[in-house]
Ligand binder design. Structure first.
Ligand code: ATP
Length: 674
């Protein structure tokens, strides 16, 4: 630091120059050039509000307006005699008040009244007269104004009458208007003429002041309300609520605020389900706070398009299955996607999975296979539509569950060949099922939707089921086989991370902590602000964070009444002509990977590398093992105690399974079985 004495003025004063560390880094300020202006890509605000662009939202708005308007009109109509009586009392009082106010103004009585009174009290006639002269002078001019205004009004009405001939109803309307204005002027300040239609005042407006004070009160490192800035367009209406996008100061991240949603709601004096904070789009310190006009529990949900009597879907087209916090429908294409729904008990997983199943069932080309390992029959009503259906937590249900997975694997194998043929014929240019191929009768490539609810039960009960499911998910995606898994225990045993990784669309409903959250949504999701921990089981049932759709964010499953649900299932039955698409799975002899691994070892081999084992297993039973990788074999044999050891191949050592390890594992299993 350089200190320079400033002798000319004062020994005590110094100029302190900042140290120069490195060269100039800040760009020089310059005015915007033409190129800057024409290349601006700022998001433009839509001309037509979002609510008017979406047909469902338009219909919902129209329905609401008609119902609200109708109710208000009837409410006031029934009270009209009371209103008329009030008007009769207040109108003369209002007319008197208005008249006297004009008269007082015209005589200038108010302006120096106190001064004149003081002069009178002090017995000071000179001052009083001087003040009164001033008043009288002003009063003259004011009477002129009043006179001219009255004459102008009379002339105006007279001319209007002569020129266009105001009908009687016009005079009546003018008279009613004058009487109502007079009544309003004559009513006591705290007594409105009309009664309140709604009992509780709706939340009317979110203001910058409310937001600033609430955020400071959270104690997340924002000390002053002024530290919070609102980028344009500031707080504005967005759907049925208000959106406040704001920047937190310094290094405070939005996730710190998301974790305190309860406190934020308390500070805003609103119910928690009315307050929806999200990380903003520009940087991690930006918050998008959406506050509904009403709590979501009271707001209801827009009508689900799939509940219409004529609803029919195509899994190749986007179809709605949930709504976001601003009541906008969220849609997805089912084809070439897989779905994972996770959450704690009571978070609404089964209903959420059902919304996806609904899209599938209303497409009459889709085969359905449903297995529910909760055992309560959540999907019992769709059994007649399914080619395979299982319910329960018993051996029978688990066997059917693993048969479905084995069937899917074998089907992938069959479909792979069919696709190859189709490709040769030029019908599958990308080597994938196309909508045309899927719809073609006899192509054997119709879409299949497999729903496995509480799938962790199956994975825990049947060793190897998780690995097989992973292979089926990976292979089936391009071949028209869609998996939807729902689970309540997202940990690495009940939901292997490899499965999560290959699933495109994940929906995390209420979970307890960050670990479960990230198990479902992916590592780092919590830190990026995708926090399903804010939802409470039961209260926020159906709400979750959804990734893998157009815009990740909050999503609430559609939740039709039991009657509507029954109507949807009936409609799906009608569309399918009561015929079940596809065949039930055959009881497949479950493959025993340990025994198979021992079988594929060649005589004299002391072991085989994992990759070699994977290759040989796929040759042994292609319908089950096609697509299996070295890692999958290693992971599948680990529970039997088969360690990954060095295996000699030529002159080098590779990791794999030794024959002794496989034999020992088999012996252990036999001893345990006894
Ligand atoms: N979208 C929704 N809106 C409102 N309530 C819902 C919604 N989805 C589910 N619920 C309610 O939540 C309750 C639990 O739903 P569901 O059975 O799907 O939960 P789950 O997570 O599968 O629970 P569990 O694991 O205990 O079976 C249901 O009884 C239902 O009343």
């Amino acid at each position: 630091m350089t200190v320079v004495p400033f002798d000319e003025y004062d020994d005590e004063r110094h100029i302190i120059e900042a140290d120069q560390v490195g060269g100039q880094v800040d760009p020089a300020d310059r005015k915007a050039t033409f190129a800057d202006v024409v290349s601006r890509t700022d998001a433009r605000r839509p001309i037509v509000p979002a609510v008017l662009r979406n047909p469902d939202a338009r219909r919902a708005l129209a329905r609401w307006s008609v119902s609200y308007g109708g109710h208000t009109a009837l409410y006031h109509l029934t009270r009209s005699p009371k209103y008329a009586a009030k008007v009769a009392v207040y109108a003369p009082r209002g007319a008197w008040r208005a008249g006297s106010a004009v008269a007082w103004w015209a005589v200038g009585g108010r302006e120096n009244f106190h001064l004149r009174q003081e002069a009178a009290n002090k017995n000071d006639p000179h001052t009083w007269q001087a003040l009164n002269r001033t008043r009288a002078k002003e009063s003259n001019a004011r009477w002129w104004v009043v006179g001219v205004a009255v004459v102008a009004l009379v002339v105006l009405l007279g001319v209007a009458q002569l020129a266009v001939g105001i009908p009687a109803v016009g005079w009546f309307a003018v008279a009613v208007g004058v009487v109502l204005v007079a009544a309003r002027n004559g009513r006591p300040a705290d007594k409105p003429i009309v009664d309140r239609v709604v009992t509780k005042a709706a939340f009317t407006k979110l203001t910058g002041e409310m937001v600033r004070h609430a955020v400071v009160a959270l104690g997340i490192g924002v000390k002053e309300p002024g530290q919070i800035t609102f980028p344009p367009p500031g707080i504005h209406k967005d759907g049925p609520g208000w959106l406040a996008r704001f920047n937190l100061p310094g290094a405070v991240v939005a996730t710190a605020l998301l974790e305190k949603r309860d406190n934020l709601a308390a500070a805003l004096r609103l119910p928690v389900d009315q307050v929806w904070p999200e990380v903003g789009p520009d940087h991690p310190g930006q918050v998008d706070l959406w506050v509904g006009y009403q709590p979501s529990s009271k707001m209801g949900q827009p009508k689900w398009a799939l509940t219409a009597d004529t609803a029919r879907t195509s899994i190749f087209e986007p179809n709605p299955f949930a709504t976001d916090s601003r009541q906008r429908p969220i849609s997805t294409v089912l084809f070439q996607r897989n779905f994972l729904v996770g959450g704690q008990p009571g978070s609404g997983k089964s209903y959420a999975a059902r919304t996806l199943l609904t899209i599938a069932m209303l497409d009459p080309t889709v085969e359905l296979k449903v297995a529910e390992f909760k055992g309560v029959g959540d999907f019992l009503d769709v059994e007649p539509l399914c080619s395979t259906y299982a319910v329960g937590v018993d051996d029978d249900a688990f066997e059917t569950g693993s048969d479905i997975i084995a069937w899917a694997l074998a089907e992938c194998e069959r479909r792979g060949k069919r696709i190859l043929e189709a490709k040769k014929r030029g019908e599958a240019p990308e080597g994938k099922v196309t909508p045309e191929l899927a719809a073609k009768r006899g192509s054997g490539l119709h879409p299949v939707f497999i729903l496995l609810d509480e799938v962790h039960e199956l994975f825990a009960a049947v060793p190897g089921a998780a690995a097989a499911c992973e292979r089926a998910i990976k292979r089936g995606r391009a071949l028209g086989i869609i998996f939807c898994l729902a689970t309540q225990i997202p940990d690495k045993d009940s939901l292997p991370p490899n499965i999560t990784r290959c699933i495109t669309t994940r929906w995390c409903l209420s979970v307890l902590g960050q670990v479960e959250n990230d198990m479902i949504l992916g590592t780092g999701a919590y830190k990026r602000g995708m926090t399903a921990t804010v939802y409470r089981p039961g209260v926020d049932a159906g709400w979750g964070v959804l990734v893998g759709v157009d815009k990740p964010g909050s999503a609430r499953s559609f939740y039709p009444t039991p009657e509507v649900t029954a109507a949807i299932v009936a409609r799906a039955g009608q569309l399918r002509g009561r015929a079940v698409i596809g065949e039930d799975v055959e009881r497949v002899e479950a493959r025993d990977m340990l025994a198979d691994a021992r079988t594929v070892l060649r005589p004299g081999e002391s072991g085989a590398p994992w990759a070699v084992l994977a290759e040989r297993l796929a040759e042994l039973a292609p319908e089950f093992y096609t697509g299996i990788t070295a890692d999958m074999v290693r992971e599948a044999l680990a529970p039997y105690g088969v360690e990954s050891q060095d295996v000699k191949v030529g002159r080098s050592n590779l990791k794999g399974a030794r024959r002794t390890a496989l034999d020992n594992a088999q012996q252990r299993r036999e001893i345990e079985a006894e």
